[in-house]
Design a protein around this ligand. Sequence first.
Ligand code: GRF
Length: 248
Amino acid sequence: MKKIAVLVSGGGSNLQAIIDAVKAGDLNVTIACVGADNPNAGGLTRAREAGIPTFVTDYRALYNSYAQGAMPPADFSLEEVFEKQGLVKAESSEKVKGFLERRALAEADLLNELSFFDVDLLVLAGFMRVLTPYFIDRFNGGASLPRIMNIHPALLPSFPGTDGYGDTFGYGCKVGGCTVHFVDYGEDSGPIIGQAAFSIGPEDDLATVKRHGLAEEWKLYPECIRLYSEGRLNMGERGGRKVVEVVA
Ligand code: GRF
């Protein structure tokens, strides 16, 4: 049976949907642990109530320790992350350096916490931190199938970023949706695993769009994790782009 870890920042309703699917026997995985980037994430309470081990990688506290002189991990290379993210030298300001160094400090802690649970898959469920190549490559470890999944509140590649439903509604879209994808170096740009859509009519406002969207997320995420757990996801290529192929 596959082991997964779930990372949250907030309320964790997607985490709850995954816990419920496992309990109902619809999803055959072990949730080995739930981690958060802050100690107040509501998802931590949901995990504890379900008897799942939890940990916190306190990003804010770690950023403070960086400001007070803590060093990035010894195996962190600024040049390497720059190259992988396609950043050019002109951007190598002190600001960007600080951003990446303190992030690596937090990500090293995250990797350490996760190392105790030996999971197959990392599931981001409302985890509001961007993961850098430092973390992504160490966690993926050269596996042919990526090992980090994310859910995004829009039909990617439209509306990446933090406010997918708001952007969808604000654009006047007549269809909204959500996307589960593997995580790559870009922002919400990794290969798409699954999507669900819903209509937006004249009776809708932002609140109903969010409500419809979340209800779709709660079905879609367990379904995509199930495909992974059944070994039904393969990487393929279309026109030079890496894509996920779902085996029937
Ligand atoms: C969801 O809309 C998800 O798509 C986005 O953040 C929200 C998290 O909600 N990434 P919850 O914490 O799972 O309730």
